[in-house]
Design a protein around this ligand. Structure first.
Ligand code: SF4
Ligand code: SF4
Length: 134
């Protein structure tokens, strides 16, 4: 999420122009993620099903790290896809790296490192397979 609005310094704007963010439409600024526990039984799985029956909700899995992803555009994402509060953006935005970000994953095929599930049936099959292996 390395974007700077027109309000930020020239140096920062220049840096931004060199980054992939200047070609991206703020992909990483249009959703939030919340960490959840890895499902251990059918009850946990049913809670995840409840999340997933809502529009714009998916699950991200990276090893034993599980997250709910909810589509929600940041209110500070500007019309030109820069950040309206770049100098005081939250830590989560500062930590997000362009190395293997959403845009680069789509445009350059760089793996993000996590599995993404939009479809509950697929997630359920994945979880059941993991349980059988354990
Ligand atoms: S998805 Fe990547 S390229 Fe796009 S704004 Fe976020 S960090 Fe920048
Ligand atoms: S504050 Fe909003 S627009 Fe700025 S980097 Fe974070 S998510 Fe993107």
């Amino acid at each position: 999420m390395k974007k700077a609005s027109k309000k930020t310094s020239k140096a920062t704007r220049e840096q931004w122009k060199q980054s992939p963010c200047s070609n991206c439409r703020g992909m990483c600024c249009k959703y939030i993620t919340v960490e959840i526990n890895e499902p251990k039984d059918d009850e946990d799985l049913d809670n995840i099903r409840w999340y997933m029956i809502h529009d714009g909700v998916g699950i991200l899995v990276e090893g034993d790290q599980w997250m709910v992803r909810m589509n929600a555009r940041c209110r500070y994402l500007q019309k030109d896809y820069t950040c309206g509060i770049y100098d005081r953006r939250p830590e989560a935005c500062r930590q997000y790296d362009t190395e293997n970000c959403d845009y680069r994953s789509v445009s350059e095929g760089i793996p993000t490192g996590y599995r993404e599930f939009e479809d509950y049936a697929k997630l359920r099959n994945y979880v059941k397979r993991q349980w059988r292996k354990a």
